[in-house]
Ligand binder design. Structure first.
Ligand code: PAF
Length: 289
């Protein structure tokens, strides 16, 4: 049975108890709306620690005023059950006043890997994510925390944040999980009707074509990017970005790509029927193999 905790004091009492017993703490922060992608992060985290904490907090500071904060899927009981089944020992339903107390006035603005790509389209986003993740990691002080590779830039931002502020957690990337039709799992997929869903499948298809072209010897990043873009726009998707970047620092290649496909990642953000879809893969790890 996973404990369900709301109060911060109760969370800290339980964490202190586990630490006194010499147990290591794993952590998967979420915004709820849990799906198999989150559950796979939890299973991975559980294999790396003695006790697993999952937090659920829909963080308002990572949404712009026009975005879907109010409509974001919320199902506390369902999320608790899924977390428990995936190995959580404690589910923390974090309260707004515990994350952002009334006199809270600190904001973290990531630079480096936090600039460009997402920030070009959602300027508020990583400031909100970095601030809440710093807060969550400080409150839980896990030994290990798992963040999904689905949000690849976010993973790198969190790693940087953890190193820069010496938050002391080991940050582990969790594998992106796809549905049978190739679409990356996302809490927002529930908004896609059948027609939109069919169109959304173009996103993994574009990644697939980029990987296949690389595997066939194409090394010009502009040609590969253009291939992805044409695939997306031909199916009517509106592209925020479709780009091959360095897996380690997200910089655009200066030259032709080399022969180490793990060093390069194709990243896509595109809008389909008003839903923003994010997807990515290493060049040797296409959606379909
Ligand atoms: O990836 C998410 O679900 C969120 O951005 C996170 C890391 C839980 C911060 O709110």
């Amino acid at each position: 049975m996973a404990l369900s905790v709301v109060e911060l004091d109760e969370l800290h009492q339980q964490l202190d108890l586990w630490r006194e017993q010499g147990l290591s703490i794993g952590f998967v922060p979420t915004m709820g709306g849990l799906h198999e992608g989150h559950c796979s992060l939890m299973r991975q985290a559980q294999s790396l620690c003695d006790r697993l904490v999952v937090s659920i907090f829909v963080n308002p500071t990572q949404f712009a005023p026009h975005e879907d904060l109010e409509d974001y899927p919320r199902d506390a009981q369902g999320d608790h059950n899924k977390s428990e089944a995936a190995g959580a020992d404690l589910v923390w339903l974090a309260q707004h006043q515990d994350i952002y107390p009334p006199n809270w006035s600190t904001t973290i603005v990531p630079q480096g890997v936090g600039l460009g790509l997402e920030t070009d389209h959602r300027p508020h986003f990583f400031t909100g994510v970095a601030t809440v993740v710093a807060r969550l990691l400080t409150l839980v002080r896990p030994d290990v925390a798992v963040f999904g590779e689905k949000d690849y830039q976010q993973l790198l931002v969190v790693r940087q944040l953890n190193d820069d502020l010496r938050l002391g957690a080991k940050i582990v990337g969790g594998r992106l999980i796809r549905d049978g039709d190739g679409l990356a799992l996302s809490s927002r997929n529930v908004y896609l009707g059948p027609e939109a869903r069919e169109q959304a499948r173009t996103v993994p298809k574009a990644l697939q074509l980029m990987c296949e072209a690389y595997a066939s010897g194409e090394r010009d990043p502009s040609t590969l990017n253009a291939l992805g873009e044409v695939t997306l726009s031909d199916q009517g998707l509106s592209i925020d970005y479709c780009r091959i970047v360095s897996s380690t620092n997200l910089e655009a290649p200066m030259d032709l790509l080399d022969d180490s496909p793990q060093s390069w990642r194709a990243l896509i953000a595109a809008r389909c029927h008003g839903i923003r879809l994010l997807d990515n893969c290493a060049l040797d790890d296409p959606p379909w193999r």
